[in-house]
Write a protein that binds this ligand. Structure first.
Ligand code: FSX
Ligand code: SF4
Ligand code: F3S
Length: 361
C-alpha cells in the first residue's frame, strides 16, 4: 500500500507519463494547459489524500478500468497521487491484516480521508445480501462514511444501484447517496466509468481543494454535461437520415448512425466521444456498438431493450435539451420524442432526395 509520508513519485511513473496524465485530466476538465503545472504541483506536493476504497455489490470492472495494463501511465498516476490505504482487490494484505489496515487508516485520518465506493448497497433484510468480514455492506458504508471528508461513488452500481437494482431489484440495491446524506458525494457514473473522469475529479480536488461543479445527479459537469449524441462522430449520418438497419449490414460497415439499432446516445450525458477509452482512443459507438446509456440512472430498466429504439412518446412542444441539469429519467420520453422527430426529418430528407442509404457516404 502507498505511504502518505512518502512524497517521491513512483519510479514506474516517468515524468513524461505524469505530465501526459495531468494534461489528459486538464483537457477532460475543460481547463487550459496553463493549469497543468498547478496540477502537477498539487499532485507532487506530498499531500496525498488517504483513500479508503470499499467494494460492495459489483463486478470490479471499475477498478479494472482504472488499473488495466493498456494505460499504465494513468494507473500509476492514480496510484501515485493518492495514498490507497485500503482496497480489497489490489492490497497485499488479507483477513485480519486487511481489517487492521482499514481501521488504522480510519483512526489516523479521521475526517480527512476520501472514501471511494465501488458497488451498490443491498438494503433488504437488513442488508444480508452483501457481507465482508462478517459485516454487511450497509454497516461498513455507515461506519467508513462517518469519518470521511468526502465520498466518490464510482460506477453505475455505487452511483445509481447498477444492474443489481434493475427491476425487481431483489436485494433492494441502492447507490451511496440514497443512504449517506451528510457528506459531499461525487457520482462518477458509467458501467464501468471512464478513468479520466475519476482522475480529473481527484486532481481537481487536490488542485483547487474542492470537487468540480456537479449536475443534479451529482455527476461532474465536465464529464457528464453534454449528450453523447451532440458530439458523436456519426452525427452527420443521423442528420442526413443514414442509419444502420441491422448489425453487419452494408450501412453498418459504412459507419452510419446506430440510432435504429438502439443507440441511446441522444438520451445519455457523458464525454465518451471526446475522452474515449484505452490507449487506442476508442469508445462504444466508434467500434460499431450503440451507446446503452450506462451513465444514466436505472439504465437497465429505462434504456432496454438495448438493441431497439425507445418508442417515441407523443409529447407536444419538444425541443433539444441542452443542459444535463434539465434532464431526469422522468423526461427521458421528451428527449426520445424530440430525437424521433429529428430522425424522421433526416429520413424524410433522404426520401425526398430519392436516395437509398447505400449510395451515400
Ligand atoms: Fe458496476 Fe463496477 Fe458496471 Fe462493473 O465494479 S459499474 S457492474 S462494469 O464495474 O460497479
Ligand atoms: Fe451517434 Fe448514436 Fe446519436 Fe447516432 S444516435 S449520432 S450513433 S450518438
Ligand atoms: Fe456508456 Fe454510452 Fe459511454 S454505453 S461508455 S455512456 S457510449
Amino acid at each position: 500500500m502507498a505511504d502518505t509520508a512518502n512524497k517521491t513519485l513512483d519510479p514506474r511513473l516517468n515524468r513524461r507519463g505524469f505530465l501526459k496524465g495531468c494534461t489528459m485530466a486538464a483537457a477532460a476538465l475543460g481547463l487550459s494547459e496553463t493549469v497543468v503545472p498547478k496540477m502537477v504541483e498539487a499532485a507532487t506536493s506530498g499531500q496525498r489524500p488517504p483513500v479508503i476504497w470499499m467494494h460492495f455489490q459489483e463486478c470490479t470492472g471499475c477498478s479494472e478500468t482504472l488499473l488495466r495494463g493498456a494505460h499504465p501511465d494513468l494507473a500509476n498516476l492514480i496510484l501515485d497521487i493518492i495514498s490507497l490505504d485500503y482496497h480489497e482487490t489490489v492490497m497485499a494484505a488479507a483477513g485480519y491484516q486487511a481489517e487492521e489496515a482499514l481501521h488504522d487508516s480510519m483512526k489516523k485520518n479521521r475526517g480527512k480521508y476520501i472514501m471511494v465506493v465501488e458497488g451498490s448497497i443491498p438494503t433488504k433484510e437488513d442488508g444480508i445480501y452483501c457481507k465482508v468480514a462478517g459485516k454487511t455492506a450497509l454497516d461498513s458504508l455507515n461506519e467508513v462514511a462517518a469519518g470521511a471528508a468526502a465520498i466518490i461513488a464510482i460506477g453505475a452500481c455505487a452511483t445509481f444501484g447498477g444492474v443489481q437494482a434493475a427491476s425487481p431489484n431483489p436485494t433492494g440495491a441502492v447507490g451511496v447517496d440514497k443512504l449517506i446524506t451528510d457528506k459531499p458525494i461525487v457520482n462518477i457514473a458509467g458501467c464501468p466509468p471512464n478513468p479520466v473522469n475519476f482522475l480529473g475529479t481527484v486532481l481537481h480536488f487536490m488542485t483547487f481543494n474542492r470537487f468540480p461543479a456537479l449536475d443534479q445527479l451529482k455527476r461532474p459537469k465536465f464529464g457528464y454535461g453534454r449528450r453523447i449524441h451532440d458530439h458523436c462522430e456519426r452525427r452527420a449520418h443521423f442528420d442526413e437520415g443514414r442509419f444502420v438497419e441491422q448489425f453487419g449490414d452494408e450501412f453498418h460497415q459504412a459507419g452510419y448512425c446506430l440510432y435504429k439499432v438502439g443507440c441511446k446516445g441522444p438520451e445519455t450525458f457523458a464525454n465518451c466521444p471526446t475522452a474515449r477509452f484505452n490507449e487506442m482512443g476508442v469508445w462504444p459507438v466508434s467500434i460499431g456498438h450503440g451507446c446503452i446509456g450506462c451513465t444514466e440512472p436505472a439504465f437497465w430498466d429505462t434504456m432496454t431493450p438495448f438493441y431497439e429504439r425507445i418508442p417515441d412518446v407523443n409529447i407536444p412542444g419538444t425541443g433539444i435539451i441542452e443542459d444535463a441539469d434539465r434532464l431526469g429519467t422522468q423526461i427521458l420520453g421528451v428527449t426520445a420524442a424530440a430525437v424521433g422527430i429529428h430522425a424522421a426529418v433526416g429520413i424524410g430528407k433522404r426520401l425526398i432526395k430519392g436516395k437509398s442509404g447505400s449510395d451515400e457516404s
